[in-house]
Design a protein around this ligand. Structure first.
Ligand SMILES: [Zn+2]
Length: 66
């Protein structure tokens, strides 16, 4: 499990810092990299699913009833 380290003191017994370890998310639909701090979409509840903007539009927006 990775959590974001933003500086400051931390429990060195429980945690260790891995520089560059968390440089992106993977889109769960197409597998493309989602760069950190860019737009992506995640599920509100249930299992965690992350989608890139393209897949969100293709798989979610296109199925919404207008
Ligand atoms: Zn995608």
């Amino acid at each position: 499990m990775l959590i974001l380290y933003e500086g400051g003191i931390y429990d060195t017994v429980t945690f260790r810092v891995e520089p560059e370890a968390w440089d992106h998310e993977d889109c769960d639909a197409c597998g493309s990299h989602i760069a950190p701090m860019t737009l992506c979409y995640v599920t509100i509840r249930g299992s965690y699913v992350a989608l890139c903007e393209n897949c969100y539009q293709n798989h979610v927006l296109s199925k919404l009833v207008h």
